[in-house]
Ligand binder design. Structure first.
Ligand code: NAD
Length: 496
């Protein structure tokens, strides 16, 4: 059976004392094994990255950017193959995988602007004959640890910018669907990157803990669930590293009575059930303001959900595919069970759907639950499945309080035709990414991505302008070249 290995110092390696199964979620079959890196293997990758750093740091930004231009071309040329690899291990349908890849490529395009992005700040004559400037220097070896749900896009949020800023990189992808991630890193190598600048180690907690504690690693970017994000952030900080750790979510959409209801329903369908709800920006709660809005929304959603098709990744007629593992399928079903036990109404039940020819796939059908209340476990937890819960409230203030009181603050959206209400909402809601009639307000590559509250630990958001700050440190130089023959007296006063 194929073993997915590591990319270290430009070489592919499959050595591993430990391995773990990778499944095709559409069939439920084990398809490959992934090597789980030992401490020694990760240390080797760190050594390779450290060795590559001095030369890469001194490579002109324009030359570094040229590698990214070639990388973008290779990604586009190989897009069909990448989407197939994502589908086999994640379960995404090709149209969804293509969207993820395109969003990743946009981050590579942003990284192509490195010479402009890395320009410093200069002030002439800050004092008599004195000039001062700030420049942004790379950190050294940096690491990224990524989740299963965007095996192409989330790693591309990280290493193109880190590398183009002059750092060398070690990526630890999700062990559940590592093949596309590894293949994409090989394409970057092929684009002309010197050996050791990008390294990929597959593995689990053992590998991650080396990256968190080894003093040669200067910064860590993490994307994954909140409990692990919190662990990563505190451990990296305790070991003196810069860290940004993006966590989980529970994204609410407010549906106002005045909304264009048909449009809201269409938007909610894609945002709640696309990618089986396995998106950190998925809308998983619709807060209907007023019973009239709620009744209309539930009736229209129920009708619109009837033709939705869950099925294998290989059939592009399907709307969405399976969830990632059998354990996760059972967990999502368990949340639907608990909502029912807590008194909510299962309007559309996606538990155990029949998918002809794929009896053992990890499928959950689109599910709609009405009458959910904030005390229910299914409301509080991130379900990460194709489940939309309806909460009924009487006022917009009540809806906003619900969102502001939730532990997560990743994304949110309001559906309304009222500009004043929309403006008040975006101004006051305690969430990092806000949509006005836009269900998945994922910022484009030249803005930055990040939630608030327990959806992000750290100060700087992912990709975009914040990535330049995260992957560099500022140095400010003050310079004077005294005119020949001028002697200055001694002064003990603070220079002013
Ligand atoms: P996860 O937290 O289980 O795993 C993420 C990474 O952490 C993986 O590489 C995994 O190997 C590693 N990891 C897991 N357990 C660990 C441990 N005990 N110690 C050290 N490392 C460990 O997340 P997942 O299930 O792969 O991804 C889904 C989660 O990611 C969801 O909660 C989702 O909301 C979140 N997510 C967030 C964003 C965001 O931008 N905020 C984006 C995508 C996904």
């Amino acid at each position: 059976m194929t073993v997915v290995g590591h990319l270290i110092n430009g070489e592919m390696r499959t050595d591993a004392a430990r391995t773990q199964a990778i499944f095709n979620p559409s069939t439920g079959e084990e398809s490959k094994q992934v090597a789980l890196a030992s401490v020694a293997t990760v240390e080797e990758a760190i050594a390779a990255a450290e060795q590559a750093f001095p030369a890469w740091r001194n490579t002109p930004p324009a030359k570094r950017a040229q590698v990214m231009f070639r990388f973008k071309t290779l990604l586009e040329e190989n897009s069909a193959k990448i989407c197939e690899m994502i589908g086999e291990e994640h379960g995404k349908i090709s149209h969804d995988a293509a969207g993820e890849l395109q969003r990743g490529i946009e981050n590579v395009e942003y990284a192509c602007g490195a010479p402009e992005l890395l320009k410093g700040e200069h002030s002439r004559n800050v004092g008599p004959g004195i000039d001062s400037w700030s420049e942004f220097q790379p950190l050294g070896v940096v690491a990224g640890i990524t989740p299963f749900n965007f095996p192409a896009m989330v790693p591309l949020w990280m290493y193109p910018m880190a590398i183009v800023c002059g750092n060398t990189f070690i990526l630890k992808p999700s062990e559940r669907d590592p093949s596309s991630t590894l293949f994409i890193a090989q394409l970057l190598q092929e684009a002309g990157l010197p050996k050791g600048v990008i390294n990929v180690v597959n593995g689990d907690k053992e590998a991650v803990d080396v990256l968190l504690t080894d003093s040669r690693v200067k910064a860590v970017s993490f994307v994954g669930s909140t409990p692990i994000a919190e662990y990563i952030y505190s451990t990296a900080n305790a070991n003196g590293k810069r860290c940004q750790a993006l966590g989980g979510a529970k994204n609410h959409a407010i549906v106002m009575q005045d909304a264009d209801m048909d449009n809201a329903v269409n938007q909610l369908l894609g945002a709640a059930f696309g990618s089986s709800g396995e998106r950190c920006m998925a809308l998983s709660v619709a807060v209907a303001v007023g019973d009239e809005a709620a009744d209309t929304l539930v009736a229209k959603m129920k009708a619109a959900m009837a033709p939705l098709k869950v099925g294998a990744f290989s059939n592009s007629d399907n709307d969405f595919g399976p969830v990632i593992t059998r354990a996760h399928q059972l967990k999502v079903n368990g949340f639907i069970d608990s909502a029912e036990a807590d008194g909510a109404t299962i309007v559309v039940d996606g538990r155990n759907p029949v998918v002809e020819g794929y009896d053992d796939g990890f499928f959950v059908g689109a599910t709609l639950i009405d009458g959910v209340t904030p005390t229910m476990e299914s409301y509080q937890a991130e379900i990460f499945g194709p489940v939309l819960q309806i909460v009924r409230v009487n006022t917009m203030e009540e809806a906003m309080k619900l969102i502001n009181d939730h532990e997560y603050g990743n994304g949110t959206c309001i559906f309304t035709r009222d500009g004043e209400a929309a403006r008040y909402f975006s101004d006051n809601i305690q969430v990092g990414m806000v949509g006005i009639n836009v269900p998945l307000p994922v910022p484009v590559a030249y803005h930055s991505f990040g939630g608030w509250k327990r959806s992000l630990f750290g100060d700087l958001h992912a990709y975009g302008p914040d990535a330049v700050r995260f992957y560099t440190k500022r140095k400010t130089i003050t310079q004077r070249w005294p005119s020949s023959g001028v002697r200055e007296g001694v002064s003990f006063a603070f220079p002013s």
